[in-house]
Design a protein around this ligand. Structure first.
Ligand code: AMP
Length: 139
C-alpha cells in the first residue's frame, strides 16, 4: 500500500536546499547524492525533482529521467570504486521497507553481498566526501 506524499520528508528538504547533501550529480529533473548510512562504500541515491513516493506515483517522464541519471552515476560508481559491476534497487512502500517517502534508486558497486544493515549506521561525512569526489571525477 502506498502512503501520501509528505512535503516535509528529508529528500524534499534536500531538494529545497533546507538541509545539505553530498551531491555527485544534478540536472533539470534529478539529483544524485551520497547515502549517509551506506550499506557499502559508494552507496549513492538518485531522486527525481518531481514529488512522488513510489514508482507507481512517479510520471513516466520523471522515471525515464531517473533511469538516465542512474546510468550516468552507476557507470561512474563502477569506475570510481574499481568494480566490474553494480547493484541498482529501489523500495516501494513501508511494507517493502521504504523509509524515506520520496521515490529514489539506490546504486552501489558490486553485488548485494557483505552489506551493512539498511539505513542504520551513519558514515563519517569526510569519508563520504572523498568517495563523492572520486565518483564526480568519473562522470
Ligand atoms: P529507503 O529505505 O529505500 O527509503 O532508503 C532511504 C535511504 O536514505 C537509506 O538508505 C538512508 O540511509 C538514506 N538517507 C536517509 N536520510 C538521508 C540523508 N539525509 N541524506 C542521505 N541519505 C539519507
Amino acid at each position: 500500500m502506498n502512503f501520501e506524499y509528505d512535503n516535509d520528508n528529508i529528500f524534499a528538504k534536500i531538494l529545497r536546499g533546507e538541509i545539505p547533501c553530498i551531491k555527485v550529480f544534478e540536472d533539470e529533473h534529478t539529483l544524485a547524492f551520497m547515502d549517509i548510512m551506506p550499506q557499502k562504500p559508494g552507496h549513492t541515491l538518485v531522486i527525481p525533482k518531481e514529488s512522488a513516493t513510489t514508482i507507481y506515483d512517479l510520471s513516466d517522464e520523471a522515471c525515464l529521467s531517473c533511469m538516465k541519471t542512474v546510468k550516468i552515476v552507476g557507470k561512474a560508481i563502477e569506475k570510481a570504486m574499481q568494480s566490474e559491476g553494480s547493484t541498482i534497487f529501489q523500495l516501494n512502500g513501508v511494507f517493502a521497507g521504504q523509509s524515506v517517502p520520496h521515490f529514489h534508486f539506490h546504486v552501489f558497486p558490486g553485488p548485494p553481498v557483505d552489506l551493512k544493515d539498511h539505513a542504520v549506521e551513519l558514515e563519517d561525512v569526510e569519508k563520504l566526501k572523498l568517495i563523492a569526489n572520486k565518483i564526480v571525477a568519473c562522470i
